[in-house]
Design a protein around this ligand. Structure first.
Ligand code: ADP
Ligand code: ASP
Ligand code: MG
Length: 441
């Protein structure tokens, strides 16, 4: 039986007609690429604006009652140029008119945002001569806006089973009564993963503008190494911590079905890219650390109370105070008489007074210390479990760079070491860790 590939193409891969031609060539070069998931046109040059961002601006103008026709005209012009350069028959004017008509019924912002992928996918389907399958008919969210996997997989597999080739727009689906709902930003990666699973694809190709997952942020480290092989778990850790090449939720649907993800570069299609799977083939040699990623903007709330360890439920009660206030915690390193809760500053700042008051009233701690402007860096690698001295090397690298470590948290699966440093030491730390843990390995 022949293989099936689901290929998702990101915004820069589809930013204009010449990019769409490259994509069509990639698709046609392998007939196993049967299902294509497309993003909205992204940036053509660094100062350009993504169509999705234009759509959000357009919606906010519309919602405020401001003039939005200028922004809508820019969106129309992007598609009109693509259509004319591809030389296909496609009535952009009629599509834009249909969108304007819909605005009369005050749709949610998600509706307008989704039109970026909707139009681009219709255009690409026309150019390829393939069927267009609207995501609103095959991807579902429940009444509360949560993704409904059961209904989605059932409907989508049945729908696509008899269609040899289809283009499906990324980023959105529908709620009950057909109300359009999007995933969070970058969500076309999630759509691609869902389509790969529903069609029982052998591989999920994710085509973007870099030749795979890099072992560190290219804006900080000069030409970091590409990761050839990585596990789903490592990828999830790295993408959660800010290595933003793939949406952090894109792993789940394919992982359940054991479908590997291959990140590839539309502008350099012969590069093998990064292969993401449940485990690494035995003959592949890797260093203990696979990648480094991080984010700024955390606050640590350190609570100290002597003999805390004897007080049953102290940690649970502390975390519950944060949960009750709607502030999720990111890390929670503990000592014998101390426990720190690390949270996103943006989520914490507005709830700060209530949370501190509740901690004092309900837990009677000896001290509460708050540290702001904390950056969290994750050093990730499944090989760290068996490699002795990795932690020592991490701390040595940071000490050598003159960085003061403000927090350490090692995940219980020994897959990662999370280090808290001052925001201002963030870039220096990433560089030092990359050099010691990856470059010199
Ligand atoms: P697409 O539009 O194709 O979905 P994205 O912009 O979402 O592409 O993701 C690709 C970008 O992610 C790259 O251009 C790169 O700048 C950025 N990026 C950040 N961290 C990493 C990393 N660790 N590895 C690869 N790319 C990264
Ligand atoms: N176009 C959407 C965004 O810009 C979704 C995506 O590109 O994945 O977020
Ligand atoms: Mg993306």
């Amino acid at each position: 039986m022949s293989r099936t590939i689901t290929a998702k193409f990101g915004g820069t891969s589809l930013a204009d007609a010449s990019q769409i031609r490259k994509v069509a060539e990639i698709i046609k070069s392998n007939p196993e690429r049967r299902y294509v998931v497309a993003s909205a046109p992204g940036k053509r040059f660094s100062a350009d604006i993504k169509v999705t961002d234009l759509l959000y601006s357009c919606y906010s103008e519309f919602a405020k009652g401001d003039e939005y026709s200028g922004t809508l005209a820019k969106i129309k012009a992007r598609y009109a140029e693509i259509v004319s350069e591809l030389g296909i028959k496609f009535d952009v004017g009629a599509e834009i008119e249909a969108i304007e008509n819909e605005l009369r019924y005050y749709p949610p912002a998600d509706y307008l945002a989704s039109r970026g992928e909707y139009l681009n996918s219709k255009i690409i389907a026309e150019f390829l001569g393939w069927e267009f399958v609207d995501a609103a008919e095959v991807i579902f969210f429940d009444e509360n806006g949560n993704f409904d996997g059961e209904q989605t997989f059932m409907t989508m597999s049945a729908r696509l089973r008899d269609i040899p080739n289809a283009v499906i727009p990324g980023f959105y689906g529908s709620m009950p009564r057909g109300v359009i709902k999007t995933f969070s930003r970058g969500g076309s990666d999630v759509t691609g993963s869902i389509v790969a699973r529903a069609t029982q694809s052998d591989i999920y190709e994710n085509w973007t503008d870099v030749s795979g997952m890099l072992s560190a942020d290219p804006r900080i480290v000069d030409r970091p190494r590409t990761i050839a092989h990585i596990t789903y778990t490592e990828l999830r850790e790295l993408s959660y911590m800010g290595a933003s090449v793939l949406h952090e939720d894109a792993v789940f649907p394919v992982r359940k079905a054991g479908i590997p993800i291959n990140i590839r570069n539309t502008n350099s299609p012969d590069d093998p890219g990064t292969l993401i799977a449940a485990s690494i083939p035995a003959d592949i040699k890797r260093s203990p650390v696979t990648g480094i990623a991080g984010r700024k903007g955390f606050t640590s709330i350190r609570v100290e109370k002597s003999q805390m360890n004897g007080e049953t439920g102290f940690g649970a009660r502390l975390l519950y105070i944060f949960a009750r206030n709607g502030v999720p915690f990111e890390h929670c390193p503990t000592g014998i008489d101390t426990i720190s809760v690390v949270v996103n500053s943006s989520a914490f700042d507005s709830k700060r007074e209530e949370i501190l008051r509740e901690i004092k009233n309900e837990l009677s701690p000896d001290f509460i210390t708050i540290e702001k402007n904390l950056a969290a860096i994750a050093v990730v690698g499944e090989g760290m479990v068996s490699a002795r001295g990795t932690a020592a090397k991490v701390f040595g690298a940071l000490a050598g760079a003159g960085v003061n470590i403000r927090m350490i948290d090692q995940g219980s699966d020994e897959l990662n070491i999370i280090i808290g440093v001052d925001d201002s030491d963030y870039e220096t730390s990433i560089k030092a860790l990359y050099s010691a843990m990856i470059q010199q390995q």
